[in-house]
Ligand binder design. Structure first.
Ligand code: 3HC
Length: 313
């Protein structure tokens, strides 16, 4: 069938909200966009374990250590679901990791900032996972079947992440003056990197138009960012905390919060690898991958042994 007929048929499936599955015909650009976005999403989940892992041994109680441990383990699982979804598009996991290690693949810029106090565990759960939930709930409707199904599972666990972060912030905000100051300091440092997670403004987004047409994205970067801001400001005020944006105010006409211009120079500087933690994050990822080589080889040898046994049985 002519390419144009295939393209028309494909778009009709997309417009009818019929999920595209791995064995279905798809435009190469659709495949390439998904390979890029899903693998970068997976990298973000795995790299995102590092800033939080930094506080695992310094959690203030056994309960908070257990909760943080559970959250970090969830993120590893999210990464694995997403690498599996990305592999259905015909690229091996080793190739994704090689692109990451060579600086040819991105991960969310927010994970290149340092975690300086226990309050950062609260701010990350509440703000970073809160932003991820807004984005990922929308992505449950993405047109590619394996990605959409991975999102459903991930979103269920993500809501626990956001709540545990909010609980930490609520405890600190209701604590001593020093604890409240710690919580306020964490918001001051994590607010802007969290709203940058939604990507450039729609007018500057290189991929959004096509991704919206192909329903890879169901809502635009700015629409999701605004939803996150609107719901989070109220939560912060409930805690008696403020946000580092003097222009933040509820626009009576639109009923949305207006906010100051985002510092896109900072955003692109971090995306390009010059953030406070970029080099450390990749160095750590490469070392962990190299240190885990023997585990992968042992698991592979064991699987081959089992398969040989099955064949000879
Ligand atoms: N960090 C790093 N790079 C970013 C970025 C960010 N926050 N936002 C955008 N970019 C990059 C894009 O990757 C793209 O570069 P590329 O072409 O080299 O890949 C470029 O900036 C242009 O941006 P676009 O908006 O045109 O790109 P997309 O259409 O891909 O939209 C996105 C960006 C909204 C992040 C989209 O990719 C997306 O929804 N990804 C899935 C969600 C995701 O990755 N979330 C990351 C956080 S995961 C997480 O937080 C885990 C939680 O449990 C803690």
């Amino acid at each position: 069938m002519e390419n144009q007929d295939l393209l028309n048929q494909f778009q009709q499936k997309i417009d009818a909200d019929i999920k595209i599955e791995p064995k279905d015909w798809m435009p190469d650009k659709y495949r390439q966009t998904l390979i890029r976005q899903i693998s970068q999403h997976a990298h973000s989940e795995i790299i995102g374990m590092q800033p939080e892992g930094n506080w695992l041994t310094r959690a203030p109680s056994l309960r908070s250590k257990k909760i943080l441990m559970a959250k970090i383990q969830d993120e590893a699982g999210h990464g694995l679901y997403l690498y599996c979804a990305a592999e259905t598009l015909g690229v091996k996991r080793e190739q994704f990791l090689q692109w990451l290690h060579e600086g040819k693949a991105k991960y969310s810029s927010v994970f290149n900032y340092p975690t300086l106090s226990w309050a950062d565990m609260g701010a990350i759960g509440w703000l970073v996972d809160g932003a991820a939930i807004v984005n990922q709930v929308s992505l449950q409707g993405t047109s590619y079947g394996p990605y959409s199904r991975a999102m459903v599972k991930i979103c269920m666990e993500e809501s626990f992440h956001q709540r545990q972060g909010f609980e930490i912030m609520a405890q600190l905000a209701a604590g001593t003056a020093e604890q409240k100051e710690m919580a306020q300091d964490a918001i001051n440092r994590w607010w802007w990197p969290s709203i940058m997670m939604f990507g450039p403004h729609d007018s500057e987004s290189a991929h959004s138009n096509q991704s919206l047409k192909w329903r890879i994205k169901r809502e635009s970067n700015d629409a999701l960012r605004q939803r996150f801001i609107d719901k989070t400001i109220e939560q912060g005020h409930h805690l008696g905390l403020t946000f580092p944006d003097p222009k933040l105010h509820l626009n009576k006409e639109t009923q949305h919060y207006d906010y100051s211009p985002i510092n896109w120079d900072e955003f692109w500087n971090v995306v390009k690898g010059n953030g406070p933690g970029n080099k450390r994050r990749i160095r750590h990822h490469i070392k962990a991958h190299d240190d885990g080589k023997w585990v992968r080889e042992a698991a592979k040898a064991y699987a081959e042994k089992i398969n040989v046994k099955k064949k000879s049985a």
